[in-house]
Design a protein around this ligand. Structure first.
Ligand code: HXC
Length: 514
């Protein structure tokens, strides 16, 4: 064959394989409101940046008449590309080819791009849209998943791993996303569960829809498996790009730095916290009054909203924010908010992102419910994560810093590099009302006017303990600052910490309270 004919032949083959499961299957995909695997990759990556690998891989299955089946690309598209010029590895399961089911060669394509991402220290994006283990390939499919899980774990903390759920993700297949750093879901499209509605009906006799069992909202609000919720695939792709623009490509790199921007003037930091310490306010307004351009990219917005986590820039540098949210449950720490914050702190620490903690909370949530759910074990995660983190760690105590929460929210004692407190800070073992009732119980009971005595004792307690000056006198707080000084003190602290270097005891690894 002449070179020209060879080239024409190559082009023809490419066109054929790129059709995936064919027109009918693509129509079915579109009818479900879903883009195809190839459309998804092209929509996420910079224009003309996609380089596909292993386009001509074919499955090796020979049972159940599989030898007669042609599965283009074996149901998954893999390759590299760029997002805002930054290189990434990507794979997308193609539901139009055997339901995106995972057989041996499908898994090998995925593990090959994972190995490439780890070797080249590039972020990995995996798009899941699959019926799970390819039934006809038996244990080979299970082996394939195991190989993926192993690599997810190996790459954890070395390269960012993003999972995008754009269709079914059932059975053990859910564990690859669960092992990655960030999971993206889309309304009406994402479905994640270990056992589907059919099995539940036959085993438990209960009827439940896929959406109620493991839809996008369920994982964003209830289980905490998802980190980003979008209403459409396009919105989801914008979230992916935004995240990639904020994080470093690997654990030896720093996040991209942009030109500094002042916060918007409409966020007035000295007007947000109400005079009455019992009244709530929105901590997002404080964050936005500090960050460059008042921009904040919130993570897990719908889960455990009593704590807020996310990324914002300070003088162009990405920082991780962990902030109690006084407008939800007064910002208490509980099982879910501890899990949410602890994992985020570990992410920031693994990827060289300084952590800014904004504190206003009355402590851990009391009650049998929380105790029985394991608030001791879950609450310990946040202590562990802050103690272990060696990136710059800065705390601003805005108002309440009571009890275990004071210690947990990146206190000096867990090795905060800087602790600043507003004059409104109340740093104490517990709130004045509770404390006065316990410490002065006898005096209150025996007083002629117990209510007046109670009020007097609360005031006495407040004066003595519920302020920042006792902690400042001990050096636990580095400086009491005015609200308007917050951004400049944070910028100062960040610039002083730029070359922070601490060493921890040598060990194989710690044993966090998972
Ligand atoms: C082989 C599969 C498949 C699978 C779907 N297909 N899932 N082929 N193995 N697991 C094929 C179908 O036969 C069909 O092929 C095509 O994909 C599209 O599937 P449909 O059923 O027509 O699509 P839809 O109606 O949209 O339903 C999607 C679905 C359903 C809900 C995902 O296909 C389904 O329930 N699949 C099985 C899910 C499952 O139980 N998987 C195993 C989980 S256990 P044709 O040729 O007709 O187009 C598991 C263990 C992993 O994954 C353990 C790891 C540790």
């Amino acid at each position: 064959m002449s070179l020209k004919r060879n080239i024409l032949d190559l082009r023809k083959r490419k066109i054929e394989v790129q059709k995936g499961g064919g027109d009918k299957a693509i129509e079915k995909q579109a009818a479900m409101g879903k883009l195809t695997a190839r459309e998804r990759i092209l929509a996420i990556l910079d224009e003309n940046s996609f380089h596909e690998y292993d386009l001509f891989v074919e499955h090796l299955a020979r049972d159940f008449d599989m030898e007669k089946k042609v599965l283009h690309g074996d149901g998954v598209i893999t390759g590299t590309g760029t997002i805002y010029g930054s290189p990434i590895c990507i794979y997308a399961q193609d539901f139009t080819v055997a339901g995106g089911s995972l057989g041996l060669m499908h898994a090998r394509k995925i593990t090959k791009i994972m190995d490439h991402a780890l070797k080249m220290r590039m972020p990995l994006i995996g798009i899941n849209d699959s019926g799970g283990a390819r039934i006809q390939e038996g244990v080979n499919s299970l082996a394939g998943y195991g190989e993926i899980f192993f690599r997810n774990t190996l790459a954890s903390g070395v390269i960012p791993q993003l999972s995008v759920i754009l269709g079914p993700c059932a059975g053990g297949a859910v564990y690859s996303p669960a092992l990655t750093d960030f999971v993206f879901v889309v309304e009406n499209i994402s479905k994640m569960f270990i056992t589907g509605p059919g099995v539940i009906k036959s085993v438990l006799g209960e009827e439940i829809s896929m959406e109620e069992l493991g839809g996008a909202r369920v994982h964003s609000e209830i289980t905490g498996n998802a980190h980003f919720y979008a209403k459409s695939e396009i919105e989801c792709f914008e979230q992916i790009k935004k995240l990639i623009s904020l994080i470093p490509r690997n654990n030896t790199d720093k996040a991209p730095v942009l030109a500094p921007k002042e916060p918007l003037k409409k966020f007035k930091i000295d007007k947000i916290v109400p005079g009455n310490p019992r009244l709530p306010y929105d901590i997002l307004n404080i964050i936005k009054s500090i960050t460059d351009g008042s921009e904040f990219f919130e993570v897990m917005e719908m889960y455990a909203p009593n704590i807020v986590i996310g990324f914002g820039r300070m003088n162009g540098q990405t920082c991780g924010f962990v902030a109690n949210q006084p407008k939800v449950l007064a910002g208490v720490l509980d099982c879910d908010s501890s899990d949410k914050a602890a994992r985020f702190i570990r992410y920031c620490d693994a990827f060289n992102i300084p952590i800014i903690t904004l504190e206003d909370m009355p402590g851990y949530l009391p009650g049998a419910d929380q105790e029985h759910m394991g608030v001791i074990r879950h609450g310990a995660k946040i202590l562990y994560a802050y103690s272990e983190a060696t990136v710059p760690k800065i705390t601003i105590i805005i108002r309440k810093a009571y009890g275990g929460g004071y210690i947990a929210m990146n206190s000096r004692h867990l090795r905060a590099d800087f602790v600043f407190a507003w004059p409104t800070a109340e740093i104490a073992v517990m709130g004045p009302e509770g404390a006065a009732n316990i410490v002065f119980r006898k005096e209150i009971e025996e007083a002629e006017d117990p209510e007046a005595m109670r009020k007097q004792k609360i005031e006495e307690y407040k004066e003595k303990f519920a302020n920042p000056y006792v902690a400042a006198a001990k050096g636990y707080v580095d400086q009491v600052i005015e609200p308007l000084e917050t951004r400049s003190m944070l910028l100062h602290a960040l610039s002083v910490s730029a070359n922070k270097s601490v060493s921890m005891p040598k060990k194989k690894h710690g044993i966090p309270p998972f």
